[in-house]
Design a binder for this molecule. Structure first.
Ligand SMILES: NC(=O)c1ccc[n+]([C@@H]2O[C@H](COP(=O)([O-])OP(=O)(O)OC[C@H]3O[C@@H](n4cnc5c(N)ncnc54)[C@H](O)[C@@H]3O)[C@@H](O)[C@H]2O)c1
Ligand SMILES: [Zn+2]
Ligand SMILES: [Zn+2]
Length: 362
């Protein structure tokens, strides 16, 4: 099969012929129909998230089951599925208490020392990213990385739910509980931030303020639910949010992953409010914050990982949200591209020229 392989950090992905294994026990072979491109893939390419090359990136997929291995009961050939990076072990403290997205076991479903799922034609192993590797025509996944969805859900739009939408929507729906009428500010209007805006709208936030450095995104942000938009490059975005909210928002979501924007997000959070950190700051960087500010104004700060999902439960619900008109996905897709254009897509992401870009396979 054809795949885009990361052979080195900070270098273009290489289009290669790759060998994919047959499904073993508990594994599912999926024909990739579409894969969204998430900034976390770019973080890996840039070396901000440690994943060793060679590796096939891509972790926002939807596709169709081609074959299943022994013991697979939940899937059959022809099923439409979404893939998610938070596969779960099912027995640890986090899985059993209902927070499987925090499962620390790095469950792969294939015992260490087994044949690699992915390899070059000569047999050299190629790493699989997060049990998925969707920048490829096929994926071989543990069944616990997949969820079956309705057949009437278009697969290109379904792919967005695999990461960005689940992350942004879930930050607003699962990680925190926004009371109807509360105010929310979303810093960063990429795939993740645009989904957080929709989450705030769906739960009935009153004022939904979108902040971005690319003012062309504001028409889109408004369509998805933003009531106000602030250009971060024109004046002080913190002062602008404070002016709109009378001192700061009840909930503030950082959906970029930069030290200065995390600091701005904390400053945009009002007294008694909650800052939700969704963007991934490079792991080598620390963010200085005012502890006194948190104490004296009783502000809360929380991280939000993968929208605090239980994806077998959440994703079919998000599909229903799309099909009943509450979740807008068509608008979020700024381009559909071929696998061969993946490097150009990352260039557009670096320049902030895209909303969500989706690779569509034949
Ligand atoms: N927490 C999680 O589980 C999780 C999951 C997926 C993605 N992420 C992270 O979320 C972040 C966003 O991902 P994405 O795919 O939406 O990215 P993206 O590149 O599509 O969007 C980022 C947005 O931030 C804007 N921006 C950049 N610098 C800015 C600044 N200084 N001020 C204002 N706006 C600015 C860009 O114009 C763009 O609209 C990334 O860090 C990604 O790794 C986290
Ligand atoms: Zn992602
Ligand atoms: Zn677990």
């Amino acid at each position: 099969m054809r795949a885009a392989v990361m052979r080195a950090n900070k270098a273009p992905l290489e289009l290669e012929e790759v060998r994919i294994d047959d499904p073993g026990p508990g594994e599912v072979l999926v024909r990739t129909a579409a894969s969204g491109i998430c900034h976390s893939d770019l973080h890996v390419i840039e070396g901000h998230l440690p994943v060793p090359p060679p590796c096939i990136l891509g972790h926002e997929p939807a596709g169709v089951v081609e074959a299943v291995g022994p013991g697979v009961a939940d899937f059959a050939p022809g099923d439409h599925v979404i893939g998610c990076i938070t596969s779960w072990c099912g027995v640890c403290k986090f899985c059993t208490e209902g927070r499987p997205y925090l499962c620390p076991t790095q469950y792969t479903g294939r015992p260490g020392g087994s044949r690699p799922r992915l390899a070059s034609p000569g047999g050299d192993p190629i790493g699989q990213f997060a049990n998925l590797s969707s920048f490829a025509e096929k994926m071989l996944c543990p069944e616990r990385s997949l969820v079956k969805i309705r057949d009437d859900m278009p697969l290109d739009r379904a792919s967005l739910i695999g990461c960005g939408v689940t992350t942004g929507l879930g930050a607003a729906l699962n990680t925190v509980h926004i009371p109807a009428g509360a105010s929310a500010v979303i810093v960063g209007c990429g795939g993740v931030g645009l989904a957080a805006i929709q989450g705030a709208r769906i739960v009935g936030a009153s004022r939904i303020i979108a902040v971005d450095a690319q003012p062309w995104k504001f028409d889109l942000a408004r369509k998805l639910g933003a009531t106000d938009c602030i250009d971060a490059t024109a004046g002080d975005p913190v002062a602008a949010v404070q002016a709109l909210t009378g001192g700061g928002a009840d909930f503030a979501f950082e959906c970029i992953g930069l030290v200065p924007t995390v600091q701005q997000t904390l400053a945009m959070t009002g007294r008694g409010g909650t800052a939700v950190l969704v963007g991934v700051v490079p792991i080598t960087e620390l963010v200085p914050i005012s502890a006194a500010d948190l104490v004296l104004q009783e502000k809360k700060v929380t991280g939000s990982y993968m929208g605090s999902n239980r994806f077998r439960f959440d994703m079919p619900r998000y599909v229903d949200f799309y099909l009943d008109g509450r979740l807008l996905l068509d608008e979020m897709i700024s381009s559909r591209i071929a696998l061969e254009e993946v490097n150009e897509a990352f260039d557009r992401m670096r320049k902030g020229e895209a909303a969500r870009q989706v690779i569509v396979f034949d």
